[in-house]
Design a binder for this molecule. Sequence first.
Ligand code: WTA
Length: 637
Amino acid sequence: MSYPYQIKSLEEYQNAHQKSVDHPEEFWAGIADNFKWHKKWDSVLDWNFNEPKVEWFKGGKLNITENCLDRWVETQPDTPAIIWEANDPTEKDKTLTYKELHFKVCQFANVLKNNGAKKGDRICIYMSMVPELAIAVLACARIGAIHSVVFGGFSAQSISDRIQDAQCNIVITADGAYRGNKDIPLKSIIDEALVTCPSIQKVIVLTRTGIPVSMIEGRDCWWEEEIKKVEEQGNAFCAAEIMDAEDMLFILYTSGSTGKPKGVVHTCGGYMVWTNYTFINVFQYQKGQVHFCTADIGWITGHSYIIYGPLSAGATTLMFEGIPTWPDAGRFWDIVNKYKVDILYTAPTAIRSLMAFGNDHIEGKNLSSLKVLGTVGEPINEEAWHWYDEHIGKKNSPIVDTWWQTETGGVLISNLAGVTKAKPSFATLPMPGVQPLLVDENGKEIVGNNVSGNLCIKFPWPGMLRTTYGDHERCRATYFSTYNNLYFTGDGCLRDGDGDYRITGRVDDVLNVSGHRIGTAEVENAINMHTGVVESAIVGYPHDIKGQGIYAFVILNGIHTDENHTKKDICQTVAKIIGAIAKPDKIQFVSGLPKTRSGKIMRRILRKIAEGEIHNLGDTSTLLDPSVVDEIKMNRL
Ligand code: WTA
């Protein structure tokens, strides 16, 4: 039996999917054969969702950076690996060929070693979208250190929580970052975070904006000076650390419905296979193409489809430092035009926001290089889908609506560009290896078509999470305990008459604001830290651009004098505790919250009020004090 690596027809897709279900081990061994291994695996798959235990290619020895770099240095050294576009369009862009990127990764890997880093260490990376961010990530992987990238928009408190949770010993950062017309003082935010992080021994600081920063003797050093030391030592090459397929590659923190964000763990072998296979198939990547994923590397989309997927395929990946609306809302189209981008992968929130700026920004930009368009991160509404199709793709570029999660490592449900059919607002079909099913509240499978339920996956795929760092029980409880023997995604989903899947949004207390996952409990905790707040409840409501906005119902302790001022202070508190992305869009002060007799907040009612559905609140008879609902309805924002 042969398994064509790149699926070229609906029939091939159906065959591949069928084989992946009937003979998963044989199927994935065939796929994994396409990589550079120092030693092949002892067993393809060992699993048990109850523990959970998931092991792919165990005993296989590899280093992901040899698959992303060394093998391309041999065959296509001068192909651009990374093209970088600066925030400021007048700043010169940069290109790193595979040879150059390999050199720089080795060099920085040696910097890490000089600073005491070794296999298994956890290294926190807090940078903006500069090429050195990709270099730092790959250098960690080169030496077998586990990277934990923290998005540049998170606050000192959030960084500190993540560093402490993973017990990182090194931070890699920059003096500052450019984002639109703002300068962000990254190093000073790190300094604030490190007050509570005794595990950190070294901080390596890249020069980007040149703002003055404090440098602590013995702890802080400059990236450029450390590179010079490596040059003086003359050891440009760094041999790749040989890793087991099941050794940890990285931790990435993500929000859930309870508690603090958890560190989702991905391992070397399965993640590599999954990001590569999905990249090549979903986007139908062709040799020589330029791939522009507009996500930030601080999120999973950037990990999988700016760095590991494209580089492991020998593609040219475009990194953009800035934002879509600066200096104007035509920036993406300028970039597509300038670099003749073939594949554009972005979020519905960006599409909706650019759509709102009008089509003038597209005029005069040559978008004819585009062959495939993609969306990710949240449901895409049909209006935005059609605008993307007509005005960007000129009805000539298939759109892939890719559904996946931080936990899934790469795309699980999506059409394959131009190969399987696209349907507006539907992610459509599962990737080979993915076995979705819908269940009702009791975990009973909902069979047939034209049905909806909670989306679960019943069989492991190579890219799935293995644990949550330092707390395996939390991984089990969050994903594998709701329904017996199933991975529960937390998403609601519909399967239509054709058997196509449409993801309808989270069914747990997680919001999706501009494609970013935000836990309601986290925002509530942050709001409650404000001195004037007694209690709060957060729900999402439909927002034209962001997809979901954050609506906060807040009980004050009565000593405030100026409501607007208090609202601003609450927003500031949230920005300090989590980051600006979690600031509420609306804050309504209330005298009480709708609670059951056992004290549980009935969010269902608050959600309906926030959505404006005030006449159909459902059963309120179980409330401790139904009269608070009338007051909340009356003062709705
Ligand atoms: C949502 C992002 C609808 C979903 C890769 C999921 C989507 C959460 C889609 C994961 C899509 C992602 N259509 N909803 N195509 N893609 N989502 O971990 O609710 O940041 O559970 O991963 O985003 O967000 P995360």
